[in-house]
Design a protein around this ligand. Structure first.
Ligand code: FES
Length: 239
């Protein structure tokens, strides 16, 4: 099945329409609080897997509906550069919530807290690169002592950025739950339960995903978190 969500050949408007068809809710590490978990893609919405998942998520549906509007595209989605991949020196802004569009500062991220959804932003034009969902990011802050040697060079003060697009079937990964195997929280894609460990370069630690989440190297530039280099690895379903 062709996944329109990760098809970068489509125009921003088409992808934005897709984005509007998704819904969001959240589960945090202790499993007791609804916060920002991704709902299925529009393409999957007619599938049996989705139907089963809907049943599983019935208790958080109200949370989904409450934040549908956060994915709504606006005119800036069509601004030049909005669908370009993150560039070195890009800033990062909140993708949702009361502070959507505001620059994310290091103090906005607490060690071990659930990930923050973010977009890169051109520091000069101020264009937020939300014209492609392949640019959506998960930002998480970890104790630097937990981060392995391969991952450390991509971190800025323990802050790591990963693509929010699952490498299995392109759902948005937003859950932050205790790992199925282990006692630490990990990213989880609720479509088919793949788990990714941000301490290990986004490696798959559970579920059917074929490869790790793409990582976006970060660095500090004065008081700001900025992009240090292009994505490491393929984003979502990219070949
Ligand atoms: S899309 Fe299947 S586990 Fe994420």
């Amino acid at each position: 099945m062709h996944d329109v969500s990760s098809d970068d050949s489509l125009g921003p408007s088409t992808r934005a329409s897709f984005a509007n068809a998704t819904q969001s809710t959240t589960i945090v590490a202790d499993g007791t609080q609804a916060a920002t978990m991704s709902c299925p893609t529009k393409a999957e919405a007619s599938g049996t897997a989705c139907v089963a998942r809907r049943a599983l998520l019935v208790t958080v549906l109200a949370g989904c509906l409450g934040v549908v509007g956060t994915n709504t595209a606006d005119a800036q989605d069509d601004a030049p550069g909005s669908d370009e991949r993150p560039q070195k020196a890009d800033l990062l802004v909140f993708a949702e919530g009361d502070h959507a569009g505001e620059i994310i500062k290091p103090d906005d991220l607490k060690a071990g807290a659930p990930p923050v959804r973010a977009w890169p932003m051109d520091p000069n034009s101020k264009v937020v690169r939300k014209g492609s969902r392949l640019n959506e990011l998960l930002l998480v802050r970890l104790d630097p002592a937990e981060i392995d040697d391969e991952t450390k060079p991509r971190a800025a003060d323990g802050i790591l950025a990963y693509s929010a697009v699952c490498s299995h079937a392109g759902c948005t990964v937003t859950a932050w739950v205790k790992a199925a195997e282990g006692d630490k929280p990990v990213f989880k894609c609720m479509c088919h339960n793949s788990e990714f460990d941000p301490r290990q370069s986004g490696q798959v630690v559970f579920g059917p995903a074929p490869r790790r989440l793409a990582g976006l190297p970060l660095q500090m530039a004065g008081p700001s978190i900025t992009v240090a280099a292009a994505f490491v690895g393929k984003v979502g379903l990219q070949k």
